[in-house]
Design a protein around this ligand. Structure first.
Ligand code: PLP
Length: 455
């Protein structure tokens, strides 16, 4: 918990790849208990973001552990083209029922990027079967994030990654995501959202609609945008534009799905903008297993199946242990009304953050839906000026937060071009008292950072 310690060398394992030499030493995890993570020195950290917005059920959940143990005693892995499994059937049934009509068939993979790859390839194969082989372009948004495999990265609006890996990917068009806080001059939130929807239609017409396969977007943004939510009219306009030009609408719900926004899918907030395909991961297994899924309609799946089946797959498709965990997580989400709790606790946390904004000058915007919230940091609330880049805003806040026993998920994205924010997305099991602890600690962290910046 001491900021001054730093790693003497690059280290071992994943850390050797992901952290620069001299980065502060991280606490070593010993165990988890509900919304708490406990290190080997006995320090407790409130998990304010569910790790990278994944641990929806918190840590050490007894029912999930019991389901894991029971499944482990039966079968952990059986290849799905050789064996059917009860775990797969239960998981797919629960997922299909919760996702609802039009998204009730699941292709089950090991995480978000794999699910996005699957969605893009599924849309493409479906188009070829439907006699539309000229359609291959997937339009994405800037900023936006869909994963780190090359296909998912190609459709992500991440300029820095494109500078390095762009040469290896086929360039696809990107359109602006409707921002809600730092608006272009002379725009309201509504007019900017209208302009962004219009930019999508212009891009489709410019590219030639017969070449455009799909449009992919996060219905509620993640780390790349800081929980960006658009006005309802944007989702409806995007749906109409896609329908008008025969373009499939893909919602990336890797972060926003599985109940986090107060509905099972964020798409459920805008019934008039139902996507053709949705992608879920993270909270789907609540971090108890690597798991993701691509969801599509029975009709699309039937067409592909009748033409010989989806030309795509992984060793760990519908992994038996992963499916058993996914089924147990979804059972718990329903039985403990965690979707309702996400809506209630999200409203309470937002209130607490708004109170914090009244007294701490660093709090600019608070946005999001349910328990997928973000707090944007500013150096001046009135002008909305960003914190200067050299002040390493999210990284420094994260460091201070660890000292206050608060584990935060934040990182400067797009080199800070759009601003800096902290994801506030605790496990969906959080109680009102725990929301108060979270807000109290966050207040102390931001007070300390404001004093450091002399604000
Ligand atoms: N899509 C979104 C919206 C995400 O937030 C993420 C991960 O943060 C991904 C896709 C990629 O998921 P994964 O890291 O599980 O591959």
């Amino acid at each position: 918990m001491d900021d001054a310690r730093s790693s003497p060398e690059i280290g071992l394992g994943l850390q050797a790849f992901t952290r620069p030499p001299g980065a502060p030493v991280l606490p070593r995890i010993a165990r988890g208990d509900g919304i708490w993570l406990i290190d080997t020195d006995g320090n407790h950290y409130l998990d304010a973001s569910s790790g990278p917005v994944a641990s929806n059920l918190g840590h050490g959940h007894p029912r999930i552990l019991a389901a894991m143990e029971a499944q482990a005693r039966q079968a952990v892995f059986a290849y799905p083209s050789q064996f059917e499994s009860a775990a797969n059937l239960e998981f797919a049934e629960r997922l299909g029922r919760l996702a609802g009509p039009g998204l009730d068939r699941a292709f089950i993979v090991s995480g978000g990027s794999e699910a996005v790859e699957s969605a893009i390839k599924f849309a493409r194969q479906h188009a070829v079967i439907a006699g539309q082989a000229s359609r291959w372009k997937v339009i994405g948004r800037q900023p936006g994030y869909h994963g780190n495999t090359l296909g998912a990265l190609a459709v992500s609006g991440d300029e820095h990654a494109h500078e390095i890996f762009g040469a290896m990917m086929r360039a696809v068009p990107r359109v602006p995501a409707p921002l809600s806080y730092r608006l272009p001059p002379n725009h309201t939130v509504e007019s900017h959202a209208r302009a962004c929807a219009a930019a999508l239609e212009e891009a489709i017409l410019r590219e030639g609609p017969e070449t455009v396969l799909a449009f992919i977007m996060e219905p509620v943004g993640g780390l790349a945008t800081g929980a960006l939510v658009a006005p309802a009219s944007y989702y409806e306009a995007v749906r109409q534009i896609c329908t008008r030009h025969g373009v499939k609408l893909i919602f990336d719900e890797v972060m926003s799905g599985a109940g986090r926004t107060g509905r099972f899918l964020a798409a459920d907030h805008w019934p008039a903008a139902r996507p053709d395909i949705a992608v879920v991961a993270k909270g789907l297994s609540a971090g108890y297993a690597p798991l993701g899924a691509m969801l599509a309609s029975a009709e699309m799946v039937r067409m592909v199946a009748e033409a010989g089946g989806f030309m795509h797959g992984f060793t760990y498709n519908a992994h038996v242990m992963g499916c058993a965990i996914g089924a147990a997580v979804l059972r718990e989400v329903e039985e403990a009304d965690l979707i309702g709790n996400a809506a209630r606790m999200g409203a309470l946390l937002r209130q607490r953050l708004e109170a914090l904004a009244m007294r701490n000058p660093l709090v600019g915007d608070i946005r999001g839906l349910g328990l997928l919230l973000a707090l944007e940091l500013v150096s001046d609330q009135h002008s909305r000026a960003m914190i200067p880049l050299q002040k390493v805003a999210p990284a420094r806040v994260q460091q201070i937060a660890m000292r206050h026993g608060l584990a935060l998920y934040c990182r400067r994205t797009s080199r800070g071009a759009y601003g800096d924010w902290l994801m506030l997305s605790p496990p969906l099991i959080i109680t009102a008292d725990e929301v108060d602890i979270l807000a109290g600690r966050l207040g102390a962290v931001l007070d300390e950072y404001a004093a450091e910046l002399r604000l």
